[in-house]
Design a protein around this ligand. Sequence first.
Ligand SMILES: [Zn+2]
Length: 256
Amino acid sequence: MAQLEIHQFPTRSDNYGVLIHDPERGATAAIDAPDAEELLAALHEKGWALTHILTTHHHHDHTAGNTIVKRMTGCTIVGPAREADSIPGIDVEVKEGDSVEIGSTTARVIETPGHTRGHVSYLFPEDGIVCVGDTLFSVGCGKLLEGDAKTMWRSLQKLMALPAETQLYCGHEYTRANTKFALTVEPDNAELQARAVEAEELVKRREPALPTTIARELATNPFLRPASPEIQKRLGMEGRELWEIFGETRRRKDRF
Ligand SMILES: [Zn+2]
């Protein structure tokens, strides 16, 4: 199996596009299609022919490019069965545990509802990569727009169980803003403090903080850390259920 090549590019106002390319078979998957023109430009720049769009969820800022990109490239659009009605141009509907072949590699579908009711993530187990859309961000997580805290916490636990070195690609990049909130609920977390400093540097250099890794998120992301004694104390929720503490952290972030 050849090493995958990955290309990230900022798109729309604050989305991040991801292209995953298998040089051996010439297959290329885009994670979502936020904007047709910018996605086609990125493909042109790399000289890659698009074979798949792997849709994480139905939101417009993840699917707006579907129809035009499919017409221009003839690619196959894969997306969650539970949201198939609202995903333009969908060809293949997928559920938990399904596999999608991208050239010589395989993406496995993990259902991660909460941000939307049918949101899915795509894991490339042989390559150590997971694309999580708007479920998990660098030091953050997606808003609970179509799911409750318990549902989202279950989704996050699936991602937390992946190998620690797994590279995490997200649909947006808000690291600097996220570290500011995270420090309000866990100010004494030294790794988080270091990430906040690093995030400032990356913004100055106009570089993304993505990909991140499961290990880094486990150490610094407050939404994955409801078991942290410091967070529990700050929230006045010592000993409560982890999903409840997660839910309260999410509510505080919504008001932040
Ligand atoms: Zn979304």
